[in-house]
Design a protein around this ligand. Structure first.
Ligand SMILES: NC(=O)c1ccc[n+]([C@@H]2O[C@H](COP(=O)([O-])OP(=O)(O)OC[C@H]3O[C@@H](n4cnc5c(N)ncnc54)[C@H](OP(=O)(O)O)[C@@H]3O)[C@@H](O)[C@H]2O)c1
Length: 256
């Protein structure tokens, strides 16, 4: 029996990429998983069916984040799927990069949209989730290494910085309820968000040369770290940020 047997989880952005791997891993550990997504019905269906085919429990929850009524739509689907059960694990994974929202090119519309999806949604999803959560609950935020290494996409980086602050504050506040809050900060991971990794010959090698373990990340590498925070083994860890990146920029590797 998995360590999350009898528990429930909501993973936002679980149709594809890192969120999909997190959903699969939490389901393999025994949780009934709400597979949230924005618009890709086929991908969400595939995640749910993969979990069920492996003997797990999952249901889809469609709700575009960053638009009016987003949290209401999400909770309508979530609460229907939970059928009165509490929520044990909440993973804030869904995010957008906002394209090239650099200091030169960012618009107010870009800024508002990226913050609405990456920051506003996690705050208000948490607000609505807290009455459903019980002692021993887990909240896990998916941030990014761009909070400590600089990229030109300043707006996206700012949203992830805000998420790190959110995690520390929540960890402090929710400790009294026995709920832990931690942040997993991926490095460069092979997903649709990073199409350039596989589209451009040579990109994977360049990333490998920046990384102590000499490769880029796979979604499963991130999901396994999330599973630790979700598990009983993670009970004494809260308010922390874990960099899960294979040793990105630890120092020169001597390879190019
Ligand atoms: N990939 C990396 O190298 C990397 C590095 C550091 C941090 N991260 C972080 O890891 C997390 C997952 O990234 P990823 O690379 O797996 O992304 P991805 O492959 O682009 O997948 C994004 C997921 O989020 C959902 N989503 C996006 N915008 C949404 C919206 N407005 N409303 C509802 N759902 C929405 C998508 O749903 P649909 O399928 O319906 O579109 C999809 O399930 C993000 O927080 C990202 O910032 C990624």
């Amino acid at each position: 029996m998995g360590s999350l047997a009898g528990k429930t989880a909501l993973v936002t952005g679980a149709s594809r990429g890192i969120g999909r791997s997190i959903a699969l891993r939490l389901a393999a550990d025994g949780a009934a998983v709400a597979v949230h997504y924005g618009s890709n019905d086929a991908a969400a269906k595939d995640t749910v069916e993969t979990i069920i085919a492996a003997g797990g429990e999952a249901f889809p929850v469609r709700a575009e984040l960053g638009v009016p009524g987003d949290v209401d739509a999400l909770f309508a689907g979530l609460e229907a799927g939970l059928g009165g059960r509490p929520l044990d694990v909440l993973v804030h994974n869904a995010a957008v990069t906002g394209g090239a929202a650099t200091v030169e090119d960012a618009t107010v519309e870009d800024f508002d949209r990226v913050f609405a999806v990456n920051v506003r949604a996690p705050l208000f999803i948490t607000q609505r989730a807290l009455p459903l959560m019980r002692e021993g609950g887990r909240i896990i935020n998916i941030s990014s290494g761009v909070t400590w290494f600089a990229t030109p996409e300043v707006v996206y980086g700012m949203t992830k910085g805000a998420l790190n602050v959110f995690g520390r504050s929540l960890g402090h506040t929710l400790g009294a309820r026995g709920i832990t809050v931690n942040t997993v900060s991926p490095g460069i991971t092979e997903t649709d968000m990073n199409g350039w990794l596989t589209d451009n010959p040579g990109s994977a090698g360049e990333v490998a040369a920046m990384t102590a373990l000499r490769r880029h990340g796979q979604p499963e590498d991130i999901a396994d770290a999330v599973a630790f925070f979700a598990s009983e083994d993670g009970r004494w860890v809260t308010g922390q940020t874990l960099e899960v990146n294979g040793g990105l920029f630890l120092g020169p590797t001597g390879e190019r």
